[in-house]
Design a protein around this ligand. Sequence first.
Ligand code: THG
Length: 274
Amino acid sequence: MIIIGEKINGTIPRVGKAIAEKDDAYIRELAVKQAEAGAHYIDVCASVAPELEEETLIWLMDIVQDAVDTPLCIDSPNARMIEKVLKHAKKPGIINSVSAEGDKMEVIYPLMKGTEWQVIALTCDNKGIPSDVETRVNIARQMVEEAAKYDITPDRIHIDPLVMALSADNQSLIKFLETMKQVKELYPTIKVTSGLSNISFSMPLRRVINQHFFALAIYAGMDSAIMDPLNRDMMTTLLATQALLGRDRYCRNFSNAYRKGIIGPKLEDRKKKK
Ligand code: THG
């Protein structure tokens, strides 16, 4: 599982505060902690007023790149903003995101041509977010075909089927799994990704729903997840599910994560034996 650490996001109140106060120590700590917990990419999302987004994103990118070697996942709904800040990345990471909306592909894909940048491609277009599988798969196909014109191969694309709240559509998980299956049949090397918290919107016990969603998505072959690697319960679901599915030789990852205190009690809370 490719872990995209989601913690550096201005929509999280404590992070919004750190951004407003230019508290680089706090952002730095979030980068280090997520990298230590196993994040393969660090998402940076400013979530500030449009006139502040460019400077904020660059500020966040600089802090993360100074703190860790983990590549960035640059998160902005504005393709032109991604175009502006991309040159501040020291190495290729993931662009979050493109979609079939407006001229997004025309802006994003040329930036990726001839590079190793990857992209998250949302299955939505000018008509919005489809709730059916067929439209999602068609949009995915359209985005992959357009990418090919820029020599961007499917293995550099993470399709995000934009999971709906289960409370709004009780077939939400089933549709997600079916979309993933069909997209992978079309493009065996493509990646499928998702955030892990939309599914439980407006339900009680959200964390439990999110964890079980994750287990089922892992079983079905989801490749990457936009998640909180500091959420120990979620990391436990990931490691336990991979081990149970025979994807963790000698359960080594599970055991190492326990030993490092990524899952189970925090190291400082474990009583020393002997
Ligand atoms: N798809 C894509 N990009 C995305 C999303 C997506 N970017 C934004 C969002 N969804 C993913 N990022 C977040 C960031 C924070 C939270 C949820 C999604 C959040 N965090 C709480 C916190 O940190 O306090 C709780 C975290 C926890 O569960 O432990 O709510 O879907 N392409």
